[in-house]
Design a protein around this ligand. Sequence first.
Ligand code: NAD
Ligand code: ZN
Length: 255
Amino acid sequence: MTLSTDTNLSKAVQVLKNAQRICILTGAGISAESGIPTFRDEQSGLWKSFRAEDLASIDAFNRDPKLVWSWYQWRRAEVKDKSPNPAHHALAKWQQHSVKADKPSQQLSLITQNVDDLHEQAGSSATHLHGELWKNHCSDCGMPYIAHIDTGSTELVECDACGGYVRPSIVWFGEMLPQRAWQVAQQSADNCDVFMSIGTSSIVYPAAGLAQVAKQNGATVIEINPHPTDSGLVDIQIPYPAGQALPALINQLGL
Ligand code: NAD
Ligand code: ZN
């Protein structure tokens, strides 16, 4: 069966046509086709011997700030020239349509675990649960650091206010999610008729709990992932890459 005749895709289209509130959660998989590796993909080159879990924490930063900062500068350099793929574009088109419609009959919330800005580059507005790769703040006083930082340099940067080291505004292992973003995500998962999980392995809590909340409240759960997860929550699996599945989906929605 090809994607366009896939019965699960048709089922998803039927459910989505009748939905009023849709909550979409995206993960690293949606950016994979843009050439940004997911965490589970093997790390490349220089950083092969490091695990993300060992670098993305405040303990790691306190122990060796230069090492952690260098890793993020490397990730930034890797991501800098990447562009949105058809999956990001399809979501942006759908979101813009739902806002523009004369009588908006559909509310679409886009929540992402990604720290890249490919949703924004495609024209979407997204709630970032795990922070943003391009933002920085002071590790001591918390003040945002807004001056441009060249991705080519691995020199530590100091806070203008207190001299503390500047760190990326990413939610590290063991840290709380940004309160406002988490509230938005919980509310939209709580109130949705359809919850769509796209390109996430659904194992990183608390974000993974959002599908559970939606399901408990009666929402239909749709998953787009070429390697379906066995969370037991999914009603409709679309086992294709997001860059193929989402354009097909919005095409069949008539957008
Ligand atoms: P993950 O790495 O745990 O899982 C990625 C999932 O995407 C897998 O289930 C995989 O099967 C699926 N996938 C791979 N290619 C796909 C495609 N073309 N279309 C659809 N799905 C595809 O990612 P996660 O669940 O988001 O959790 C990892 C954490 O790592 C997140 O918190 C995120 O902040 C961070 N992270 C972000 C980026 C990014 O911003 N692009 C990249 C790597 C890691
Ligand atoms: Zn400071």
